[in-house]
Structure formats: structure tokens, C-alpha cells
Design a protein around this ligand. Sequence first.
Ligand code: ATP
Ligand code: MG
Length: 272
Amino acid sequence: MDGDLLVNRDGVRIVSQSEPDAPPPIQPADNQMSLADIDTIKVIGKGNGGIVQLVQHKWTCQFFALKVIQMNIEESARKAIAKELKINQSAQCPHVVLCYQSFYDNGAVSIILEYMDGGSLADFLRKVRTIPEPYLAAITKQVLKGLLYLHHEKHVIHRDMKPSNLLINHRGEVKITDFGVSAIMQSTSGQANTFVGTYNYMSPERISGGKYDYKSDIWSLGLVLMECATGQFPYAPPEQEEGWVNVYELMEAIVEQPPPHLPSDQFSPEFG
Ligand code: ATP
Ligand code: MG
């Protein structure tokens, strides 16, 4: 057992041997793809920033995911975005979602990404409610390899590690996506209080506005794993409330409470 995870229509299992690696997606011969070369199949997801569509390349019939983020950016922000998109496009790691091409056109950034047919860990978690520890170990191993690559090879902090940014495919591969996207959003929104994402997984040092580094992503991953293990976000909202209605209360809890732990009778000491 090498701990690799396989997810398919029948569910999730650990494969006993590594399966041969599938060939990387074929790229069009000239290595350039334009929006004119692709057909839209359907919308597969919506986020705060925009929509994600399943698209098909006209000539190779290969599937991709197209992410379109609406933004009106000033000249000064363009450079920052171009830089981020370049990092995105140069990332080559089996545990980071490949970015093939990106464009800025007519007030929207379009990014052509590797299509992950199993959806996100958030979608998966909604279906299964909790993920047993051995499977989580397999997922974690892959995500950590991806993070190691981003941190030490690309020298970027992801900044938005959360279940919807971890994607799965039918081969049981788990990959990190949307690194750099949060940096783009930040560079265009300017003020911190225009942040529209979730604070749930944000580390205390980031919330406090202090210096933060790679470890911030590890904090976020820790909370994601705890949520997968128990089926619940680790910070419980105040009594009689369904969820966190006040984001400032949540932020205060994250900064002031000791880090959450898993119940020691249900999980291994290493995980807890
Ligand atoms: P937010 O905008 O708050 O960060 P999000 O991460 O869910 O939330 P998007 O990144 O726009 O928003 O993604 C929306 C959904 O589209 C994801 O939850 C996922 O299910 C799907 N998705 C995103 N990228 C891909 C991809 N490369 N392959 C397959 N599905 C994807
Ligand atoms: Mg996302």
C-alpha cells in the first residue's frame, strides 16, 4: 500500500500500487491556445470572482476548464497580474493544476486550466460528509507535495487554501488550484476591507495584519483537514447560531483562541 488515493464514480479507495502515470494533457501543436479555438460545453462552477466552464479544444477535442474573472483593472495593476499569470503558467508539478494560457481582454481575465473531472474537495465533502483518516493521509501527502513545490520552487504563498481550491480527478489525483489568483484579487482591490473571499481558513497572523509566510498555507491546510475529518469547520459559531453571522467574531476567535484540536479518541495522535 503506498497510500495513493483513487476517486472514481464508485467512490474513493486507496490503490495498492502506483498506477502508471497518465500522459500529460496534449497541447496544441503551436503551444498557443486562443479563445477562438475552444467550444464551451457547460458551466461547472461559480465563485466570488467569476465562473468556471468546461470547454473543449476544437482540434484536439481535449477538455479544459476556463476560468473567467471579471475585473476592471488600472494600468498599474496590469503588471502585477501579468507577473502572477506568468508564475501560474510556468508551474509544472503533478499536484498543482496546470495553467495553459491566460488572457486579459475586455475587462476580464480568462485562464485556461487543466480540467479536473472529480470536482473540488468541497463538492466531494458535501457528498461524503466526512473523509476517514487513511484517505485523508493520502490526500494530504499529495497536497503537501504541491505546497512544497509552490513554496520552495516557485516561492509563492498560496493565500487561499480551502476545500474548493483542492481539485480531484478520476485518477485519484489531488491538485492545488488558484494560487496567485488571490494575489491578483488583492493587487486590484487595494484595500484589505474590500476582500471578498472567506476568512475561515486564514491564519491568525494574517488576520492580525502582521507579517506572514509559507506557514500560513499550512495553517489553512490544517483547518481543511480537520473539517474533512469531522465534517465540521473547526471553529464552532457562538451558541444558538447556525453559522458565523459576524465575520469579526470569527476573526476574533481565530486570533484569540488556542489552535483547535481533534478529539483524541477518534484520530491518531499524529493527526490530532
Ligand atoms: P471563491 O471564488 O470564493 O474562491 P471557488 O474556489 O469555489 O470560490 P472558483 O475558483 O471560481 O470559486 O471555482 C468554482 C468551482 O468550479 C470550484 O468549486 C470547482 O468545483 C470548479 N472548478 C474550478 N476549477 C476547476 C478545474 N480546473 N476543473 C474542474 N472544476 C473546476
Ligand atoms: Mg477556486
